[in-house]
Design a protein. Structure first.
Length: 268
């Protein structure tokens, strides 16, 4: 009888273990359904990540970097280097170290690719121009034709900068000739001068005016036809290639797209 009792006890224990394992499996499945994004799987990312990005990406990429670091707590995204894409491309070709490059146009990305520093960049966003004026529009600018008025102070991006190349195309398309008070090396400099009241107007990206109370946007005829497409790439010489690849994947992901959408960037 004692042996029989032991057998019954063992059977009860076995049944309990089976139920317990089944419960654990169910819990694992539930956890798996709520698992994080693909870029958070695999070996944990560590070290530092260096990103070069077009000046117009400042607010969006700062937010993307913050979210990316939150997903990878052992990784440090260094303060992002923002400048005109032409300046950044030149720095990279001359040997500046970076892991990721995001350009505001394809021509400056091509310089980096042609130099053998990267291959297969992906487009991730687009942008168009607006006429930025100080709040209240003291120059009473109503259209792109008004920028030809010699009594107005207009600032533009330099021709080699993506926003400058796009500005030249837009002005040519409208048959407008502008004598700018200055030609700036990145769009942030144009934004700063207009916001400070040092200029009556400047051509900048729509995303540069969005959400600001010191600037207003005037729609420029034909602006929808002059579109800048933004490419991003992990550089071949990246010191932290796993992190570089993961960051690019994050920017291209649905979560990255949500950040870019909120900042006014169009689809690539």
């Amino acid at each position: 009888m004692r042996r029989s009792g032991q057998l019954v006890s063992l059977a009860v224990v076995a049944a309990a273990l089976t139920l317990g394992l089944a419960g654990c499996a169910a819990a694992d499945q539930a956890t798996g359904a709520a698992a994080g994004p693909a870029e958070a799987t695999g070996p944990e990312l560590t070290g530092e990540l260096t990103v070069f990005a077009a000046a117009s990406l400042g607010a969006a990429f700062d937010e993307l970097a913050t979210q990316f670091e939150a997903r990878h707590p052992f990784l440090d995204v260094l303060p992002i280097s923002y400048d005109g894409s032409s300046t950044l491309a030149t720095q990279l070709v001359e040997g500046a170290p970076a892991d990721v490059f995001a350009s505001a146009d394809e021509s400056n990305m091509r310089k980096v690719v042609d130099a053998g520093l990267a291959s297969g960049p992906d487009l991730f966003a687009s942008n168009t121009l607006v006429i930025a004026v100080p709040a209240g529009n003291p120059g009473r600018i109503a259209s792109i034709d008004d920028l030809a008025d010699p009594d107005l102070t207009v600032v533009l991006c330099a021709p080699e900068v993506p926003c400058g190349a796009a500005s030249g195309t837009l002005l040519d398309d409208n048959g407008v000739t502008v004598t700018p008070a200055s030609l700036e090396q990145n769009v942030n400099a144009v934004v700063a001068k207009v916001a400070a009241g040092e200029a009556d107007a400047g051509l900048v990206y729509a995303t540069d005016v969005l959400g600001r109370d010191d600037l207003e946007a005037v729609v420029a005829a034909g602006a929808a036809d002059v579109v800048n497409h933004y490419p991003i790439v992990a550089l071949e010489s990246a010191a932290n290639r796993p992190a570089a690849d993961a960051f690019v994947a994050f920017v291209l992901s649905d979560d990255g797209r949500a950040v870019l959408d909120a900042r006014g960037f169009g689809a690539p």
